[in-house]
Design a protein around this ligand. Structure first.
Ligand code: TXA
Ligand code: MG
Length: 339
């Protein structure tokens, strides 16, 4: 029987229209993108943005991505350089977020007081229609509690954010399943990847040449939200050192997250294979749903096999390393800000 409190609406034209009106009234709407579900609010309504931070229990130092529905709208929120237009032409709509100098009227609460703004145009017709109809740029983090596993379905959003969001548009499972890649081009001569994601770094480099990799250490924080511990299920979770998980002999309930279905591993209560054929793109699309299922299985521990680090593997391993970090990772020792 359907719960009367369910906020989920099928993505009909009427529902998208209603959602756009809610956004323009300062409400919070969760919507599908090609990467993960976003928790959207009018980027220029500071009260609505404050509600996003409260709903997610997200620290105010962690800025939001501004979503636009047309490439030319980039100019309304940021000061795009030539490289920005080249990248937008090559990858938008799509899972690449660009960090650029911001326009003065973008509220400080969106950018956590930084002089820069992160912008992207999602490759999802529901998201595009919603942003277009709302007549606004839409600030949206992933629609999960801060630090937790990101949602790739409307029901993931309902489970963790159903009580705080005004409406959830159901667009089915997210095609890519991992957040956008974030590229800082504040210094166009030295583009830097801040977060690996939906566009593999190899694809970006094919268009613009060398790109600096994310800082390996937490000592210098190039993206304020790039905390060491992130994307984590509630269940304790650890990364294995090699990909040939042996059998376990224990009376504890252990789950295994693997790329392909392991032949030998026995003794696990639950096993999630991300791609039967070992395809990393398919694995990325299945990652968060598999983590949500393992987290709901009443396990004592989740073990993750490492994945190869090319293509989508780099972004998958970034998420697994952060999900398996112990401690909340904040503040890291010797932390210094760098923007
Ligand atoms: O795929 C995505 O990017 C999804 C969908 C909903 O678009 N959004 C998403 O948002 O992943 P969120 O808030 O979960 O992650 C945004 C990241 C944070 O790590 C934040 O620190 C970083 O973007 N960020 C935002 N503005 C920034 C800025 N001006 N400089 C550096 N990093 C920034
Ligand atoms: Mg997030």
């Amino acid at each position: 029987m359907e719960n009367v409190n369910r906020k989920i609406h099928a993505a009909t034209a009427e529902a998208i229209d209603l959602a756009a009106r809610l956004l323009s009234k300062g409400k919070l709407v969760a919507f599908p993108t090609e990467t993960v579900y976003g928790l959207g609010a009018d980027a220029f309504n500071t009260e609505a943005i404050a509600r996003i931070f409260a709903a997610k229990q997200r620290p105010r130092f962690d800025p939001l991505i501004v979503h636009i529905s047309r490439i030319e709208d980039l100019d309304a929120v940021a000061k795009p350089c030539d490289l920005a237009w080249r990248l937008a032409d090559a990858f938008w709509p799509g899972p690449l977020t660009l960090v650029l100098s911001k326009r003065g009227h973008v509220p400080d609460i969106v950018t956590a007081g930084l002089p820069t703004v992160a912008v992207r145009m999602p490759d999802n017709s529901i998201a595009i229609r919603l942003i277009e109809l709302s007549g606004r740029a839409v600030a949206a983090p992933s629609a999960n509690q801060f630090g937790r596993t990101s949602p790739t379905s409307a029901s993931h959003v309902q489970e963790s954010m159903g009580h705080v969001v005004d409406m959830i548009i159901d667009g089915g499972p997210c095609r890519i399943g991992l957040e956008s890649s974030i590229l800082s081009i504040i210094d166009p001569g030295r583009p830097r990847l801040l977060r690996p994601g939906g566009v593999p770094i190899e694809d970006i480099q094919r268009i613009i040449g060398p790109v600096a990799e994310p800082e390996p250490s937490a000592a210098v924080i190039t993206a304020p939200g790039m905390l060491p511990r992130h994307y984590a299920p509630r269940t304790p979770i650890r990364l294995l050192t090699d990909a040939h998980s042996a059998s376990v002999q224990t009376d504890r309930r252990i789950g295994l997250l693997a790329l392909t279905r392991p032949v030998k591993a026995q003794g696990y209560t639950a096993v999630e294979a991300l791609s039967e054929s070992g395809d990393l793109t398919e694995a990325a699309a299945n990652l968060y749903a598999a983590l949500h299922r393992l987290d709901a299985a009443g396990l004592d521990l989740i073990l993750c096999e490492p994945m190869p680090e090319w293509g989508f593997g780099a972004a998958i391993m970034d998420r697994l390393r952060r999900a398996t970090q112990t401690g909340n990772g904040w503040p890291p020792a010797n932390a210094e800000w760098k923007t």
